[in-house]
Design a binder for this molecule. Structure first.
Ligand code: IVH
Length: 737
């Protein structure tokens, strides 16, 4: 099935290509978030479902399989900074089973494969699937010489020094009988106890929060400073091997027992089994112990025991045929809703969060769960259809709810236990004002769909502290005011130190130099303390006056001063008024010419009974933008900030300029597919500003096609005419030159 619920067979080849491209993007982004940033963005279940659709598409349309197919590679490319290690024997992933039937099918496949050997007794091992990171440890003459991460399966990172700090990894093998050379493979993980202790230490030092043990173990292993890894007390289970000068044993089971004799920790829960029933019985046994193990496991791995038969059964791309991971279903638990809080998001969105009586789900304590939006609380989706059962069932304070940690990361409410609803529980009254700044919070009417937006947004804009930081970040960003050196970190710091409340304050920072310096100094101190707390040492040293000076400050103030006379279109765009992007900003600047005229028109529009009658007809500006102007200028507090800003900043009158020396001047460009970093309109305005001509279709005269995901026939035309095709990033790189 595709995202819009259609059967694969009904897709045309073009549609399949688009769907495959879409899934490729999503899966790649999920891989990057999970493996490189150690911060998963989607649930394992969602990931697995997408991966299955991706593979199904590939088998239904083999000619569409891409050379960079994700099916052929094991995710988790090496990150920069550590030396690369090519694995002599690749580190594979495992096929997955979700149901008992999947396990029966696996065994059946084995039986069929070995059909001719009538008397063959197929024996399997069953052992926990540890939720950590795999590592490969090379021993030469019994001495640990190199350790690597899995990376993308073919190439990993050399993290020898970090692995050496793990007590479960012997520097020298014990016992005897080990091969001259062997790569022992297994899982590095963090126990719950260690995870909780680290969280507590970090909270005390004002440091970062940690999401879950797995990602924390991953982060701990990638430390540049091995003493930080050492302080995390990671653990290791040995369960497999890679290259070896001699086979460690004749069976999987015996090989792992040998690892135990050589000084490794091995899972006490590994057994041999002869039938699907026995394997499933062991699965249930391990599942029953899951919560008391003290570390995360996410399933049970079955492997064919005989190494001889493993060799015969062989591999499919990236996975052994002779092994399978039987995953546990998402864990559920029952708890109660104590409170519903509203958090104000970056764009002013009011995000409801249910505060729960703490409950352990799979060993991790869950106390909060997102309620998404007003409709979700009512139990309906954006079309008004019920989302929990046949009838719309709302979530109330006092309710008993079943929660689930899908993919072990993001908890969600799956069910409300109506029988336990207290008699005095009332439907939740979603606020119509922003809990942070008190401005009205409204649901926008989406002109295109004709529906109300599911999110309620604070209209406080520039005066709402919750939105302020994000708006400030937008204000200084490239394309807007472009103030170098005032990055997100500094904005957050100055905001929390009370030095920045709104955009006007940026231009008076210079007058408050000592306070700015103090804030930067305190951050540096806090970071140093955090690093030391992580290493378990304390420090008495006080920074000298010299160390307190912050040499970047003059540069920062100079960068701010350099933008006191911005172009009008950038200035309007920088204000971050909803629906006023670069293109609209430019259209408004073109129309009104000066900031005074624009502000006058804005105020007049806001005051008018029929705003549309006042507003001149401007190409590309419709009702949504006019409404946004009315909201903005209709809020006197926005006026105050704008007035203060205009004391500091003098936007230049708008003059049409075309940059003739850009890389794309004089070229004809076509945009196709979806763009992620800018709207079509913005892309067009940017290209035109740089002297390019933007066309709607591809011909022999086209110079460049910029293709985003979902690009269709225009991409084909480009190939036909031999036109240069760039993705969005490559385009942005080109125009930045
Ligand atoms: S065996 C050739 N055994 O699961 C098979 N893997 O999805 C190699 N894992 O990368 C893997 N516990 O990180 C195996 N008992 C276990 C495991 C296990 C956890 C992880 C490992 C591997 C991934 C495969």
């Amino acid at each position: 099935m595709t995202a819009d619920g259609r059967e694969l067979e009904s897709l045309s080849e073009d549609e399949a290509r688009v769907e495959l491209a879409r899934l490729h993007e999503l899966l790649s982004a999920a891989d990057r978030a999970y493996f490189e940033k150690d911060a998963p963005e989607i649930t394992d279940a969602a990931y697995d479902a997408m991966k299955r659709s991706y593979q199904a598409l590939e088998s239904a349309f083999p000619e569409l399989k891409r050379p960079d197919s994700l099916s052929d590679k094991v995710a988790g490319a090496p990150v920069e900074g550590f030396a690369k290690v090519r694995h002599a024997v690749p580190m594979l992933s495992l096929a997955k089973a979700y149901t008992d039937q999947d396990v029966l099918d696996f065994i059946d496949r084995g039986r069929r494969f070995f059909e001719r050997d009538k008397d063959l007794d197929l024996v399997f091992t069953a052992e926990p699937k540890i939720d950590g990171l795999s590592a490969s440890l090379r021993y030469e003459k019994g001495v640990f010489v190199q350790g690597a991460t899995r990376g993308d399966g073919a190439v990993g990172e050399d993290i020898t020094e970090n692995l050496r700090t793990i007590a479960d990894i012997p520097h020298k093998l014990a016992g005897s009988g080990w091969p001259e050379m062997i790569e022992i493979r297994g899982e590095v993980y963090m126990t719950y106890a260690e995870f909780q202790a680290l969280k507590a230490r970090s909270a005390a030092a004002g440091g970062q929060d940690y999401v879950n043990p797995r990602n924390t173990a991953a982060g701990s292993l990638r430390q540049k400073d091995a003493s930080v890894t050492a302080s995390r007390n990671l653990k290791f289970f040995a369960y497999a091997w890679g290259a070896a000068s001699a086979e460690p044993a004749a069976t999987q089971f015996d090989a792992v027992q040998k690892f135990g004799e050589w000084g490794f920790r091995i899972s006490p829960l590994m057994v041999r089994a002869r039938s699907a029933d026995d394997l499933i019985a062991q699965y249930k046994l391990i599942e029953a112990q899951r919560a008391s193990l003290g570390y995360d496991i996410d399933g049970v791995v079955y492997k064919l025991d005989s190494l001889e038969l493993q060799r015969r059964w062989g591999f499919v791309t990236g996975e052994p045929r002779w092994a399978i991971a039987h995953k546990f279903p998402a864990e559920q638990a029952t708890t109660t809703v104590k409170r519903i809080d509203i958090q104000v998001g970056r764009t002013g969105t009011l995000a409801p969060v249910a505060r729960l009586a703490p409950v352990s789900v799979g060993g991790v304590v869950v106390e909060n769960v997102t309620l998404h939006n007003e409709d979700y609380i009512k139990g309906i989706d954006s079309t008004g259809a019920p989302i929990r059962g046949d009838e719309p069932i709302d979530v109330r304070v006092g309710d008993t709810v079943v929660i689930q940690r899908a993919g072990d990361v993001i908890p969600q409410i799956v069910r409300v236990v109506l029988e336990k609803r207290p008699a005095d529980a009332v439907p939740y009254d979603f606020p119509h004002t922003c809990p942070v700044c008190g401005s009205p919070a409204t649901r926008e009417h989406n002109e295109k769909t004709g529906k109300e937006d599911s999110r309620r947004r604070c209209t406080g804009e520039m005066i709402c502290p919750a939105q302020a930081v994000e708006r400030l970040r937008h204000f200084v960003s490239r394309g807007a005011m472009d103030i170098e050196g005032l990055g997100a970190e500094n904005i957050e710091l100055f905001f929390s130190a009370g030095l920045l409340r709104n955009a006007a304050d940026i231009f008076t920072l210079r007058d408050r130099r000592p306070e700015v310096q103090q804030a930067l100094f305190e951050r540096r101190e806090a970071q140093a303390r955090e690093r030391e707390a992580a290493k378990g040492i304390s420090r008495k040293k006080v920074l000298t006056a010299e160390e307190r000076t912050y040499e970047g400050l003059d540069k920062l103030f100079a960068a701010i001063d350099a933008q006191r006379e911005p172009e009008l279109d950038r200035f309007i765009f920088a204000l971050g008024i909803p629906h006023i992007g670069e293109t609209t900003g430019a259209a408004l600047a073109r129309t009104f010419g000066t900031v005074e005229e624009w502000v006058r028109a804005g105020k007049e529009t806001a005051a008018a009974e029929d705003p549309k009658s006042v507003f001149p007809s401007v190409d590309g500006i419709g009702g949504t933008v006019i409404e946004a102007m009315v909201d903005f200028f209709g809020n006197p507090r926005n006026d105050d900030v704008l007035d203060a800003l205009l004391v500091q900043v003098r936007p230049k009158p708008y003059v049409v300029t075309v940059s003739a020396d850009s890389q794309v001047a004089g070229k004809t460009v076509v945009f196709t597919g979806s763009l992620e970093k800018m709207t079509r309109g913005e892309a067009k305005a940017m290209a035109e500003r740089l002297g390019a001509k933007v066309a709607g279709s591809v011909s022999a005269k086209t110079d460049i096609v910029v293709a985003g995901p979902g690009a269709g026939s225009k991409l084909k035309d480009a190939e036909k005419h031999g036109v240069l095709v760039l993705d969005e990033d490559a385009w942005l790189e080109l125009v930045a030159k």
